[in-house]
Design a protein around this ligand. Structure first.
Ligand code: ACO
Length: 323
């Protein structure tokens, strides 16, 4: 059977680092409040002339470089974003052009913070079915453009950035020791729309809109829904939580991550945390965290890596990868 193996990973962060103290000059907040409630100390902010496809292209180039491949080797680009360059075309096709790629197919996926897990799962299905051979899966966001900079309850939580992986269809004997994506699950439930949304769009207001969130409700839903999909994903391949080497969750908030890990019995030293420096970069947070943990030598070939995300929609999902 075919399996999707991770060949490379890369990321890009805008140069401008914004600290909590910087934000305290704009809204009535403090470093102490933000650190205590979220674990966030800083986030990056895109330059005025940077668009999401710029961040995505940089991350994709770095992922290709780490895979020892070029755009000529790729036949599918799946880009997850909630902050596209334009309403259309898809940001993925701009990235395709930036990479000098005129073959293959490219499209965007919209699942808010779960976007990378959705994109990975979609690409995995293309690869396992033989519809594509090698895919770039990218998460890229410029949330600074959809934040209400007068709302202290949301503007302190998010950051800009991009991350990408290269997946390759590879023959496997089907063993759980073999490299690649072992299992993935996606969920959504549209009833929770009002708790987390951007209050604009082409067919409703004709404007871009701003992010609105009921933080307490989101917190409750996140801690409530995520453990089930994680245990279901592990059950799919008959592995226990103890087998997981690295837990790489969507980096929304340190308290959500800690509460989830504790509920599952995953010890803190197995949890990859980047929220302190990146804040919540939505669909970019997981590939950004993967890149950090691969580069610093934590995630090694053969390790079992569990990804998890939840976000607006609501959407949520998990993926289990033998690195
Ligand atoms: N600085 C200072 N004070 C603040 C700030 C701020 N930035 N924001 C809110 N406050 C105040 C509130 O106004 C409130 O004051 P009041 O008691 O006088 O009314 C007080 O702090 C407490 O506010 P709460 O909302 O009750 O604070 P809470 O402990 O719930 O923390 C938080 C808020 C951090 C947003 C929390 O609810 C949370 O983590 N929610 C999950 C949010 C999240 O991670 N969303 C993203 C996930 S999905 C996705 O990634 C898109």
């Amino acid at each position: 059977t075919l399996r999707s193996v991770v060949r490379g990973v890369g990321s890009y962060l805008p140069a401008n680092r914004v600290t909590n103290a910087d934000l305290a000059k704009i809204v009535d907040t403090s470093d102490e409040w933000i650190v205590q409630r979220t674990g966030i100390r800083a986030r990056r902010r895109a330059a005025d002339n940077e668009v999401t496809s710029d961040l995505a292209t940089r991350a994709a180039e770095r992922a290709l470089e780490s895979a020892g491949l070029t755009a000529a080797d790729i036949d599918l680009i799946v880009l997850a974003t909630s902050t596209p360059d334009n309403t259309f075309p898809a940001t993925a096709t701009t990235v395709q052009a930036n990479l000098g790629m005129t073959h293959g197919a490219a499209f965007d996926v919209q699942a808010v913070c779960t976007g990378f897990v959705y994109g990975l799962t979609i690409a995995d299905n293309f690869l396992r079915s033989g519809s594509a051979k090698r895919a770039l899966v990218i998460g890229a966001e410029i949330y600074s453009r959809i934040l209400d900079w007068t709302d202290r309850t949301t503007c302190v939580l998010f950051g800009d950035g991009a991350g990408a992986v290269v997946l390759e269809a590879t023959m496997s004997d089907g063993s759980i020791q073999d490299h690649g994506i072992l299992a993935a699950r996606l969920r959504s439930d549209g009833r929770h729309k009002s708790k987390l949304l951007v209050d604009g769009g082409p067919s409703s207001t004709g404007t871009v809109g701003h992010l609105r969130m009921d933080g307490k409700e989101v917190f409750k839903l996140a801690v409530g829904m995520v453990p089930q999909i994680l245990s279901d994903t592990l059950d799919d391949v008959g592995l226990p939580f103890e087998a997981v080497d690295w837990f790489v969750p969507h980096q929304a908030n340190r308290r959500i991550i800690d509460a989830t890990a504790e509920k599952l019995g995953l010890p803190p030293h197995k949890v990859v945390l980047t929220v302190e420096e990146h804040a919540n970069t939505s669909s970019a947070s997981i590939p950004l965290a993967l890149d950090v943990a691969v580069k610093d030598g934590r995630i090694k070939k053969g390790d079992l890596v569990l990804l998890e995300a939840m976000g607006g929609g609501f959407t949520w999902g998990a993926a289990l990868i033998r690195w």
